[in-house]
Design a protein around this ligand. Structure first.
Ligand code: ATP
Ligand code: MG
Length: 749
């Protein structure tokens, strides 16, 4: 049917073709994962350029990440067979807004060379303002104040746009006053924060109709990917720009809206038809990415959300492999499992580039990184640094290094004023001088200096306090388990608190990483052992051009696809994430479920879900139960396996239910899972359970009366079989209950 079409159009299905070729007028492509939304957008861009409807500079294309923008550029360039296309307006909201703002900065009282400031500077400014207005920064921590300001900005509200009643909610309106002075001060500084980039351009569009008209004339076409994740400010910004030619095409999937916690509003999709009357809504239903089973699993999970727009998804692909759900003893075993599976896939010829491990929180990458390092499997962490290279981890490691060895001057320099202790460059340079003169380490020099008057009194006091702290930690080294010591150091140094008080988006992840660091310490005999391990790990520099497994968060995986996807940590509390549920209730849970949907739909051929029965959290062990999302997977597409070692769970007798080898009967553990079990399997459940029971009975592979050998008890006869548990009457040791995986047939012994 595509005869006579330009080559880039061939292969598109009818609806896709429709979305690509309906270049004029508003179009909303509302479709599930893997249906080709991004492909439609890219092809549409190519089509607009190839047919001469517009020059590259006349199309505005918004992507969610810089990486996505780059990919789109490359794909369009290759479709058009032109090496590079100049003057694109193709990038993230921020990248595009900053370019516009530079051109019109004076309209909001800035110079075109304005600086973009970071969170540190923002906080310093807020702190000053709090002081000036006599607000108690205990009651109004600068970070929370900044959080309020950012929320206003995300909603497109300048200080003038905040209603009186809304302003009153925060310190009776005084935070709103701070917002006003904050914006005023930023102007004086000729600076912008990230939120301002969008907010200022929005204000310019609203107050300078001629500027907006200019952009209307310029942008003949507007394209937006991942529309479901736009926040209010972005939405208003787009709507204003699109009102010119009205040739706007947004693509999105309400089921993949995963940035609600940052102010994104799915409602923007629903409003599209109201904002652009006569909009064409295209639905794509054929999924080109995943196997039938993967699609069925993803659809089943997401069907538990309410208030969906509802979409049909089908695939022509084979059913494919069963999804695997694997229960493991703990996080380490889980990482070992993922490592082994990866090796086995590699042996079967799968490229490592086609394998991804998608984790719920950034802190979870560590265990997988270490496993891959041990196995020598190259990996990259996408959307973030490798664990031990992260800012907060390097800071914390510096504390540990200094405590481990007072001579570690690099470590000393890193932590002396982190968090801030009023020991700036001047004080540090005095220490440096002395260290050079008496040829000693910085720490030892500091010990000397605090006995003198070389420093100003305030600095001296602060330095003396720091030195005394480090000395105390050093003295505790021998007496205290090293993970506890690390905990103590992070507390007493104020470093943990520093991040706990930080209200920026990344701060919570940093706190989690610090806790994970304490977990990691617990896996080593001693502090020096651990530090040696870290320096070895840090030393492996990755070669860029080889194939690598990707490790990233579920959030970071949006829009991507891989042949094999590992989805670890499917445990209640971790995923769905307790914090998300605490903060947002049912909304939070539904957003977590959408995240599960995003995760599953990244897989083309193979999805391997796993959970651990025990997690080390903040240094101590907690037993975990499988995520409710596991129960929401359709059992006919799932192969559920649990580690043999955890069937009898000897350490946790009360834990009974988990992984007890009874297949789906797990749901009888008396948790809310029980109701869920009924609802998914309905009248069948009894049958399913009986079937599962049968399987497990033969699973041990031993039968009554069989003669066996056990490592500890010697030879004996099997007297009964109960799943993995055997009762054996041993020749010498008498009758014992043992696990089948410690037993071999007598003739093989
Ligand atoms: P997501 O919601 O995850 O962002 P998407 O809807 O943007 O997914 P794409 O990434 O554009 O989907 O496409 C998914 C996969 O299907 C890609 O590998 C793409 O090349 C392929 N695909 C899309 N349309 C077709 C088609 N008509 N024929 C063959 N393959 C297609
Ligand atoms: Mg996409």
């Amino acid at each position: 049917q595509n005869d006579g079409l330009s080559p880039y159009l061939t292969g598109l299905n009818e609806s896709q073709m429709d979305a690509v070729q309906t270049t004029d007028g508003p179009v909303l492509v509302l479709a599930g994962a893997g249906t080709g939304k991004t492909r439609v957008l890219t092809t549409r861009l190519a089509h607009i350029l190839a047919t001469g409807k517009a020059f590259p500079g006349q199309v505005l294309a918004v992507t969610f990440t810089n990486k996505a923008a780059q990919e789109m550029k490359e794909r369009v360039a290759s479709i058009l067979n032109e090496p590079t296309v100049e003057r694109w307006w193709l990038g993230t909201f921020h990248a595009i807004a900053v370019r516009m703002l530079r051109a019109h900065a004076e309209k909001v009282g800035l110079g075109s060379d304005f600086a973009i400031i970071d969170t540190d500077d923002q906080l310093r400014l807020v702190k000053q303002l709090l002081k000036e207005s006599n607000l108690d920064d205990k009651k109004w921590p600068p970070k929370s104040v900044l959080g309020v300001i950012q929320r206003w900005k995300d909603r497109g509200q300048t200080p003038d746009h905040v209603s009186a009643s809304e302003a009153k909610e925060f310190a009776g309106g005084r935070i709103h006053k701070i917002y006003q002075s904050y914006q005023q001060r930023m102007k004086e500084l000729n600076a912008c924060d990230f939120g301002d980039l969008l907010l200022h351009t929005l204000v310019i569009f609203q107050t300078y109709p001629d500027v907006l008209a200019d952009y209307h004339r310029r942008f003949h076409y507007i394209l937006v990917d991942e529309y479901q994740d736009t926040n209010v400010a972005q939405y208003l910004w787009l709507r204003l720009l699109a009102q010119g030619h009205q040739n706007v095409c947004c693509v999105g999937d309400d089921d993949q809206s995963i940035y609600g916690w940052r102010g994104a509003e799915v409602g923007n999709i629903l409003r599209f038809e109201k904002d652009f009357p006569g909009a064409k809504v295209v639905r794509l239903e054929r999924n080109y990415r995943s196997t039938g089973r993967i699609l069925a699993a993803a659809s089943s999970v997401i069907s538990h959300n309410e208030g969906r727009l509802g979409k049909t998804l089908w695939t022509d692909d084979d059913e494919g492999e069963m999804l695997r759900v694997r229960g493991l003893w703990d996080g380490e075993a889980e990482a070992r499992f993922v490592g082994e599976e990866t090796e086995s896939l590699q042996r079967q010829g799968q490229s490592l580039d086609q394998i991804a491990v998608l984790v719920r929180t950034g802190a979870m990458t560590r265990e997988f990184e270490e496993r891959f390092l041990t196995l020598g499997i190259p990996y990259r962490v996408i959307g973030g640094a490798r664990f031990y290279e992260r800012l907060e981890i390097r800071d914390a490691l510096a504390y540990l290094r200094l405590v481990n060895s007072a001579d570690d001057s690099l470590a000393f320099e890193r932590v002396i004023n982190t968090p801030k202790r009023g020991l700036g460059p001047a004080a540090v340079s005095v220490v440096h001088q002395l260290a050079r003169q008496i040829e000693t380490s910085l720490f030892k020099a500091a010990q000397e200096i605090v006995e003198t008057d070389e420093l100003r009194p305030a600095a001296r006091k602060s330095m003396a306090g720091f030195v005394a702290q480090v000395e105390r930690w050093q003295s505790l080294k021998g007496d205290m388990p090293h993970p506890e010591l690390a905990d103590l150091i992070l507390e007493e140094s104020g470093y943990l608190e520093f991040w706990q008080n930080d209200k920026s988006v990344e701060a919570k992840g940093r706190v989690e990483n610090l806790r994970e660091l304490v977990n990691a310490l617990g896996e080593f005999e001693s502090l020096p052992d651990f530090l040696e391990h870290v320096s070895l790990v840090m030393d492996t520099n990755s070669q860029q051009n080889q194939e690598m497994v990707s490790i990233m968060t579920l959030h970071g995986a949006k829009g991507l696809e891989f042949e094999t996807v590992f989805l670890p940590g499917w445990e209640e509390g971790l995923f769905p994430n307790q914090r998300a549920m605490d903060e947002q209730g049912l909304k939070g849970l539904e957003e977590e479920r959408r995240l599960a949907y995003v995760g599953l739909t990244r897989a083309r051929e193979r999805a391997i879900i796993s959970f651990a029965a025990n997690r080390r959290m903040h240094g101590s062990w907690a037993s975990a139960i499988p995520s409710r999302f596991v129960d929401e997977l359709p059992h006919e597409h799932i192969e559920r396996e649990s580690d043999r070692g955890i069937y009898s769970a000897p350490l946790e007798p009360s834990y009974g239910g988990f992984g007890s080898g009874r297949g789906w009967q797990d749901n009888d553990r008396g948790s809310p899972g029980m109701q869920r079990a009924r609802s998914y399997s309905g009248g069948e459940s009894q049958l399913v359970r009986q079937a599962a029971q049968k399987v497990s009975e033969s699973k041990s592979g031993f039968g009554r009366g069989e003669r066996v050998f056990h490592q500890k008890f010697g030879y004996g006869l099997v007297s009964s079989v109960e799943g993995e548990r055997l009762t054996i009457s041993f020749d010498k040791a008498g009758s014992k209950k043992v696990l089948s995986n410690f037993v071999v047939p007598a003739e093989k012994a």
